[in-house]
Design a protein around this ligand. Structure first.
Ligand SMILES: C[S@@+](CC[C@H](N)C(=O)[O-])C[C@H]1O[C@@H](n2cnc3c(N)ncnc32)[C@H](O)[C@@H]1O
Length: 285
């Protein structure tokens, strides 16, 4: 079993959870639905689904968010963005005290669920309302909200759903929330919260996109920590045809395996994969 103390560490956004592979495989299988769209990932942590979306085309607008009160997580997202060629933090820019965005349409923001408005100081505010205002000023609406293993701690479930409901009600009614959900206890149903906040869900069967359990459960033959083999660089062509592209999640390396062994043993990982569901949540009609 995974060590529960590790799982409750506030830095639990700093490694890739099994749900992230499920959501990312879905995005890859349906990538034409995500390419060139405006996408927010909430509770992004290591941001695999978000980085994958950013790699689909230079026009895909990706907003990676996580809680601002654990700075290590946002720092980690910045580092992931740098490794994936989305921001440039060369020495020159570091000395200017900033990361230079290489893609104006990849944003990294602090967003705590349920926190609509956060006044940091006189001229600096954060929170959902500010983020929505910024998206509106860019002339866009959100097409997708992504969340991988965000239904983790039941005390956060309603804040999370309120955040999603607010976006769907007041900003982007046609958006969909796609979330990979690891069922850790049958007592943790979110249905009553969906009903309360007038949302409806449908389950996306993993077999509908041929999710390959064996790839992750037995071989664990994936890589995401090699700075020379970023997701962007893993794309072998710029073809837009889904059939001709190489899945960046297919790359064979032991490094991903080594990284995981620090955190979760393989048996636990395999068991986790079997308890993951994928849901599409929208405003009730
Ligand atoms: C189980 S981790 C999943 C991380 C990543 N999405 C993945 O699948 O690898 C849960 C994520 O939700 C974030 N999170 C937890 N509570 C939050 C809150 N109240 N507001 C915003 N993010 C939160 C954590 O920081 C963490 O990144």
């Amino acid at each position: 079993m995974p060590n529960p103390i590790k799982l409750l560490d506030p830095a639990y956004g700093c490694y890739v959870w099994p749900s992230a592979f499920v959501l990312s495989e879905y995005i890859w299988a349906r990538r034409n639905l995500f390419r060139d769209k405006t996408i927010i990932e909430i509770g992004a942590g290591t941001s695999l689904p978000g980085f994958l979306c950013a790699s689909l085309s230079p026009e895909t607008h990706v907003i990676l968010t996580d809680r601002p009160d654990v700075p290590q997580i946002l720092e980690n997202i910045h580092e992931g963005a740098r490794l994936n060629g989305l921001i440039d933090s060369t020495e020159n820019h570091k000395s200017e005290g900033d990361n230079k965005p290489l893609r104006q349409n990849v944003w990294i923001r602090g967003l705590k669920w349920g926190e609509m408005f956060l006044q940091c100081d006189d001229d600096h505010e954060e929170g959902l309302l500010k983020l929505i205002r910024d998206i509106e000023q860019s002339g866009k609406k959100l097409d997708w909200i992504l969340g991988s293993d965000t239904f983790y701690d039941p005390k956060d479930f309603e804040d999370l759903i309120v955040t999603v409901a607010y976006i769907l009600t007041y900003h982007s009614p046609n958006a969909r929330f796609i979330t990979s959900y690891q069922e850790r206890s049958s007592k943790r149903s979110i249905q009553y919260l969906l009903d309360k906040w007038k949302l409806e869900s449908r389950q996306i069967p993993l077999k509908s996109f041929d999710f390959d359990y064996d790839k992750y459960a037995t071989s664990l033959s994936f890589a995401f920590d090699d700075k020379d083999e970023s997701i962007n660089e893993g794309r072998e062509s710029t073809d837009t045809s889904e059939d001709d592209e190489t899945n960046p999640l297919e790359k064979d390396s032991k490094k991903g395996n080594d990284l995981l062994s620090d955190h979760l043993d393989k048996a636990a990982y395999s068991a986790s994969l079997q308890s993951i569901f994928l849901l599409e949540i929208r405003k009730s009609s």
